[in-house]
Design a protein around this ligand. Structure first.
Ligand code: ADP
Length: 152
């Protein structure tokens, strides 16, 4: 892109579009799933990032391609490890919500250098806050939106 092309992009429309308009289905595994299960899910669901949830479906962690590659390189026995040993865990997970703007979520992806954000519904139970995973937002969603905006 030249500077002039960038100026021609209507960033206002990115700002007006919400995560609820563009999110994809969440792909999750349970925290007691094995590394092997997670790698299978990566292939069958054709995703780059898997989110890890508790028995009652609340967000616990994230697994990237490289997390799983690293675990697999550690040897055959690593395939049987539960994913909660290798995942990035809460509260370190960067989240988005259906109400957030796509622009703001895209800035999170860039700033935190991750490929995907879980889309969550925030549930407050007294002192504790839980996050129900309702979708995923990835660089693919942004690419799709970019093409749709450019073609319109
Ligand atoms: P890769 O590691 O395959 O390049 P990412 O750049 O998305 O993929 O992930 C980098 C690291 O950040 C990984 O260790 C992963 O567990 C973690 N991660 C992935 N998504 C998130 C997220 N939404 N919030 C916090 N950490 C994440």
């Amino acid at each position: 892109f030249t500077g002039r092309d960038l100026q021609q992009l209507n960033t206002m429309s990115f700002d007006a579009i919400l995560i609820a308009d563009t999110l994809s289905a969440p792909i999750v595994v349970r925290e007691n799933s094995t590394v092997y299960d997670a790698i299978l899910t990566l292939f069958t669901e054709d995703v780059g990032t898997i989110f890890v949830v508790s028995e009652d479906n609340f967000l616990e962690g994230a697994l990237s391609r490289k997390d799983l590659l690293k675990a697999a390189m550690g040897g055959k026995n690593n395939n049987d490890l539960p994913v909660n040993i290798i995942m990035t865990r809460m509260p370190k997970i960067i989240l988005t919500t259906p109400e957030e703007s796509v622009l703001s979520a895209a800035q999170k992806l860039l700033y935190h250098q991750v490929d995907a954000l879980p889309v969550v519904k925030i549930i407050k139970e007294g002192e504790t806050t839980k996050y129900q995973v309702v979708g995923r937002f990835t660089k693919t969603n942004i690419t799709r939106l970019f093409v749709q905006l450019a073609e319109k």
